[in-house]
Design a protein. Sequence first.
Length: 232
Amino acid sequence: MAMVKKYLAGVVQVDNLVEGIYTVKLKSLSGPFRFFPGQFLHLALDEYDPSSGWPESRCFSMQSSPSEDLIRITFAVKGNFTRRMQRDLTQGRQVNIKLPYGDLFLKPHNKMNTVFIAGGTGITPFLSLFTSQWFQGYTNPRIYLGFRSRHHNIYNDELNLLKTGVTNLSPCDPKIFYEDKTGRLDINQIYLENGPGSDYFISGPPTMIKGFKENLILNGVPASQILTDDWE
């Protein structure tokens, strides 16, 4: 696993396509970023002073492929820290980040029979895999994505790469559910379509992760076959 390193980074772009949700592009000002798909970073808004330790920070999944020069993160405005980010992260701003953390896709799992389930911004760690050459190692992956509405699906550029087969050996068409049109993700239906022999990756709100994991275990899926992105 790559060693954790501190980086000085510059904000290249901030997009706000949905109210309260922001995507930020960061460029390293201190050497190339090194990480694996599915990992996350710590972002600090205050200046880093080695004599006083690392400043207050928050964790964010990296949704970029490791081969890209820029890192993209997406955050929802929920508390004091993200409100500061909403106010202070503008083009040209410098921030301090530490990465990489986490081992979501480094854990042993079956790449022949893999199910990916994401709700809302929980898709972000999956995107770093889906747009990476690492994804070529998966055979017939099944992907289930849930969003509040079509307007909240701000990831079409990355998802189109899946549909055209650019990143995988063959095209992969995710099943997308919009809560206001087709309802929420249904873990019972997902289980019926994939069974107890699959390995399941789940990422999303903590209550979704907890409920889906409990449901799969009750249906006979071993806990070792359920991998979650729940570091928050």
